[in-house]
Write a protein that binds this ligand. Structure first.
Ligand code: NAD
Length: 491
């Protein structure tokens, strides 16, 4: 990829806030810098919204709500479908932009463009399938009508790790349901959302339906929006810590909320597993997105009879990784998002080794420029180690062993999180038992990646509330109304 084409792409990304269909600078004129984590360089300077800008964005969403809610579902669907086509048309640019601001290898960015754009197609199809029901009450004295309505103006907050998919997974169902939104992308990777929203406008989305505010002061700007009684819904993807704070704020106005929060995924490998398939699945579940995924396998819980062989095979694969800037060919491991992320991965590895774990490969930060950490395998991780409790969010594969199924399940469930689990076994009955005994919202049974626009994505326990994608995804943006009428045949 030439420097000139990167520059041209970055210049084509809007640098303003998108409010009421217009791009504008922040009222204060303040700006924020976006960096390439592979080099540390500033790649673009954009508007930095303050409280007034947030209020203007919410005004625009509120003003557009009534008309958008009445827009025929087919029209809403066609805007989303055109947006899907436009993202496909610009897939190379969207992919490159994600790599530039977030650091993941280009091949992974392209995979995210496919995954992320599918939400546009899926929810364009769901838009025309919003149904209710009609029937007699049991007494026969009346007719019950159950109908579905858009919840109203929504506030969407997204994380930096999947810059396109996290935005489309919220915007598409909201728009399909007839809601208007204010979206606040993360300050670390806001460019993909700005570029995508430009495409949405090109696809014919009316002014005010989607508004974007970028800011370096997320808490300050979000607070008044959440406190505004005209807001009807808050949808957040990010850390459990921030999600908990936002739930408290949302309680004041009893807001509808969807919370897609952190994970601590267990990856179970039984002694009857196809070990080759488990190794392939492990590499995907651990190292996709450089380990920076809420679905990333955090704890490899491996039967003691196969643990050494598994450790040796993954170590060999990890040692073969190419590390570098995601734009370079054949790179599988890019930088972590920032220096804090490197420090966190390093601290977790140090704590694990201090408590008795052994590093089989890696285990150190890589000298700059950029914020890289060596892809790492640690084995023999002892109970009580921080790495078993906290999200690693980096390229560190940690292994603990178990003796029987009950022990494996006990270790897997020993966390406050419950987003996704993975299990490799050839025993069908065991697989069925695991569906019931693992406390997670999702399970990869002999597969290492579960995400799909047609699937209900979400967690239990402190991993969140609600589901995104699938038939369930649009329900998050609809409210149910029940109407009773008299029996029309009664005297
Ligand atoms: P984060 O919680 O720090 O930030 C998420 C978003 O919230 C960002 O836009 C940020 O600017 C904003 N934010 C931060 N503080 C805020 C506040 N006080 N008020 C309002 N907004 C605020 O998370 P992150 O570091 O961007 O993302 C990583 C986390 O997201 C991980 O915990 C990961 O597991 C989680 N995640 C979950 C899912 C899921 O679907 N469950 C998907 C991706 C990421």
């Amino acid at each position: 990829m030439s420097e000139a084409s990167e520059k041209a792409l970055l210049e084509s990304v809007p640098d303003g806030l998108f409010i009421g269909g217009e791009w504008s600078p922040a009222i204060s004129g303040r700006t924020l810098d976006v960096h390439d984590p592979a080099t540390g360089e500033v790649i673009k300077t954009i508007a930095d919204a303050a409280v007034d800008d947030g209020a203007a964005a919410l005004d625009a969403a509120v003003n557009a709500e009534a008309a958008w809610a009445k827009t025929p579902p087919r029209e809403r669907a066609e805007v989303l479908r055109r947006a899907f086509d436009l993202v496909q048309e610009h897939k190379d640019d969207v992919g490159l932009l994600m790599t530039l601001e977030m650091g993941k290898p280009l091949a992974e960015s392209k995979a995210e463009v496919s995954y992320g754009s599918e939400f546009l197609r899926w929810f364009s199809e769901e838009s025309v399938r919003i149904f209710g029901r009609y029937g007699s009450n049991p007494e026969g004295t009346g007719r019950m009508i159950v109908s579905q309505h858009p919840v109203g103006p929504c506030f969407l907050i997204t994380p930096w790790n999947f810059p396109l998919a996290m935005a489309t997974r919220k915007i598409a169902p909201a728009v399909a349901a007839g809601c208007t939104v204010v979206i606040k992308p993360p300050e670390l990777t806001p460019l993909t959302t700005l570029y995508f929203v430009k495409l949405l406008a090109e696809a014919g989305l009316p002014p005010g339906v989607v508004n974007v505010i970028t800011t370096s002061t997320s808490g300050k700007v979000s607070g008044p929006i959440i406190a505004d009684p005209r807001l009807r819904k808050l949808s957040f993807t990010g850390s459990t810590e921030v999600g908990r704070k936002l739930l408290e704020q949302a309680a004041a106005n009893i807001l509808r909320t969807s919370m897609e929060l952190g994970g601590n995924a267990p990856f179970l490998i039984f002694d009857d597993a196809d070990l080759g398939a488990a190794v392939d699945g492990a590499m995907m579940a651990k190292f996709r997105n450089i380990g920076q995924a809420c679905t990333a396998a955090n704890r490899f819980i491996v039967h003691q009879a196969v643990a050494d062989e598994f450790a040796a095979r993954v170590t060999e694969r990890v040692q073969a990784f190419n590390i570098g800037r995601g734009t370079e060919e054949d790179v599988q491991i890019g930088p972590l998002i920032n220096a804090d992320a490197v420090q966190k991965a390093d601290a977790l590895v140090r704590d694990a080794t201090y408590r008795g774990a052994k590093v089989l490969t890696g285990g150190h930060p890589i000298e700059g420029p950029g914020t890289f950490y060596e892809p790492t395998v640690v084995t023999g991780v002892r109970p009580g180690s921080d790495i078993l409790r906290e999200e690693i969010f980096g390229p560190v594969l940690s292994i603990v062993t178990f003796g029987d199924e009950d022990e494996a399940v006990r270790i897997a469930n020993d966390t406050e999180y419950g987003l996704v689990g993975y299990a490799y076994t050839k025993d069908l009955a065991r697989g069925q038992r695991l569906i019931e005994s693992l406390q997670t919202g999702m399970l990869g049974l002999n597969v290492g990646v579960v995400s799909n626009a047609a699937a209900p994505f979400g967690g239990v326990k402190q991993s969140g509330i609600g589901r995104e994608g699938g038939f369930e995804g649009i329900q998050e943006y609809l409210s149910t109304k029940y109407t009773l009428t008299p029996n029309p045949f009664a005297g």
